[in-house]
Design a protein around this ligand. Structure first.
Ligand code: HEM
Length: 392
């Protein structure tokens, strides 16, 4: 009866409003806003989704630890469950045994990206000799930097689930589904939730702003470019990681009370870019090339050499990576969930972080309070799972 009334109300058929049939296992849903294609990100392929994917509005980064006694077979079981549930959820189909299937109806460009912390190479999973051969050398905590004030509750993790979508309900439900089914093998260590602007509030392709108000993410390799391939995807060192990557994840608190005491020109000099549109202080548009040699009529550099941009700029071809972070703002404070992806942490990320830790005008107003490094296994097929090249 209700269905009849609804059809009458729709007048002319559901198709006109874009009713999406998702097959026997799925639940049909009507939407007038986005078509099926724009709601679904394909997760199978050479690389895991969620890195080259145009950043979704919301993210949850979930670190998990293997429970004592969890062995290699158990770990493979967890990864297979995640692969299956990720496939279902990202296509709008409820997870296996999902008690709230309605919450899975809108995938909202959901992606699930799995990472391995150093603990995956522990004795429960690998014999020490094999672990030494298979563990990427950079898969360990970052060196201690002078600026760090790390709190253990935000550090480390044996496994990572990076869950991103354009709808926070989708993210929450996916996290619940993915963690609930595997809790006898793994326990949640920390969850960090982040956000960017909601879909539709800004023109597509606008660079995000962080909560200091700065345009953040201008200098980044373009997706699907040779530059992106060489900086982000691991070429096969070690072999099992070919097509994978690494994630450096840092929780960086912003000291907004003192930041807000600075006047606008001082805030712009700190980064070397304008607040209005993110242009370098020597240019007018966001993507203008900065001129680091330009001086004003008193001979003073227009972009201060100690500004964040000047210090962060690569000194050689290796020092480049993808930044795909999210804002956070909760009872614990405000800041940036800094997330960078690179083929090799030691070669690409560490020299830049070391230089910034040594000297960066921004350091007075930012404090790293959490840190973790993960290997991101390569992509997988419909019958596969993340990490199969390592664990099979
Ligand atoms: C650039 C903010 C932490 C590396 C920038 C820019 C801003 C910014 C506003 C200029 C626009 C852009 O190109 O994106 C911040 C804030 C941070 C932070 C607020 C902490 C809360 C970091 C960290 C690293 C880093 C931890 C790496 C260790 C870079 C790099 C660039 C950059 C490589 C591009 C430099 C260039 O080639 O022009 N950041 N950043 N940033 N940042 Fe950060």
């Amino acid at each position: 009866m209700a269905e009849l009334t609804r059809r009458r109300l729709l007048g002319g058929g559901a198709a006109a409003l874009g009713v999406v049939g998702l097959g026997a296992a799925g639940i049909g849903r009507a939407t007038t806003t986005r078509d099926e294609k724009s709601r679904i990100v394909a997760i199978h392929g050479n690389h895991q989704a969620g890195i080259e994917t145009e950043p979704q509005a919301f993210a949850a980064f979930v670190a998990l630890d293997l429970r004592p006694g969890t062995d290699r077979r158990d770990l493979v079981g967890v990864l297979k469950v995640w692969a299956q549930d990720a496939h279902r959820l990202t296509t709008g189909v409820a997870g296996l045994g999902d008690s709230e299937p309605e919450l899975a109806e809108d995938p909202a460009r959901l992606t699930v990206t799995v990472g391995f912390g150093p603990g995956v190479f522990g004795p429960g999973v690998f014999a020490p000799d094999d672990a030494a051969k298979l563990r990427p050398e950079w898969l360990r905590p970052l060196p201690a930097f002078g600026i760090d004030r790390l709190e253990d509750r935000w550090n480390g993790g044996d496994l990572l689930l990076q869950v991103c979508a354009d709808d926070p309900v989708t993210v929450a439900h996916a996290v619940r589904t993915l963690t609930r089914t595997v809790r006898s093998q793994v326990s949640v260590r920390w969850v960090q939730r982040g956000f960017r602007n909601a879909v539709g509030t800004l023109p597509e392709g606008t660079t995000m702003r962080n909560l200091m108000g700065q345009v953040d993410g201008t200098v980044n390799p373009a997706p699907h470019s040779p530059e992106f391939d060489s900086r982000v995807w691991n070429p096969g060192s070690p072999l099992w990681l070919a097509g994978g990557s690494s994630l450096v994840f840092r929780r960086i608190r912003m000291e907004l009370d003192t930041w807000e005491e600075l006047d606008r020109p001082a805030r712009e000099l700190t980064v070397g870019r304008t607040l209005s549109n993110g242009a370098p202080l020597t240019g007018t548009a966001e993507r203008d090339d900065p001129d680091l040699d330009a001086v004003d009529r008193n001979g003073i550099p227009v972009i201060p050499p100690e500004s964040h941009m000047a210090r962060a700029r690569p000194r050689n071809a290796d020092e480049q990576f993808l930044r795909r972070g999210y804002n956070y703002d909760d009872v614990d404070g405000t800041g940036l969930l800094f997330a960078s992806y690179q083929a090799d942490v030691d070669r690409q990320f560490v020299p830049v972080q070391q230089r910034l830790a040594d000297h960066d005008a921004l350091n007075r107003w930012i404090t790293p309070i959490g840190s973790a490094v993960f290997a991101i296994p390569p992509g997988f097929g419909v019958d596969g799972y993340p990490g199969e090249t390592l664990l099979e």
